[in-house]
Design a protein around this ligand. Structure first.
Ligand SMILES: [Zn+2]
Length: 121
């Protein structure tokens, strides 16, 4: 019988998380690319009609908000991936305690434990 190598248990756990995060990042990047190319279209369509213009502005704002949200999520994912690399994944950045697994399953890139997060930013 072969013996199983040391430290296998924990690694499997973060490997799964990393895979999920990498996948999520790829999706986000694709979405961001699409958003950015949508914004570019605006150059060709300069409408003099007032109502049209208003709609276009509104669209731009929505696109901006979407892009902003995606960028923020991307930052959080990158931070989580970096903490997996450094072995600090799952530790609260406030108090240094282990973040509950249940919380990490819902929010894989949370950087604070429930206690610290509920105290506000
Ligand atoms: Zn904490």
């Amino acid at each position: 019988m072969m013996s199983i190598g040391t430290g296998g248990r924990l690694m499997t756990n973060t490997d799964n998380v990393r895979d999920a995060l990498v996948e999520q990042r790829a999706e986000l990047l694709a979405r961001l690319n699409k958003i950015t190319s949508d914004v570019r279209h605006e150059d060709q369509a300069i409408e003099s009609d007032f109502a049209e213009l208003a709609v276009q502005r509104e669209n731009d704002q929505v696109i901006d908000a979407l892009g902003e949200a995606a960028r923020q999520e991307l930052t959080q994912i990158n931070r989580a991936l970096a903490s997996i690399e450094s072995g600090e994944y799952g530790l609260c950045t406030e108090c240094g305690r282990q973040i509950r697994v249940e919380r990490l399953e819902v929010l894989p890139y949370s950087t604070k434990c429930l206690h610290c997060a509920s105290r506000g930013e």
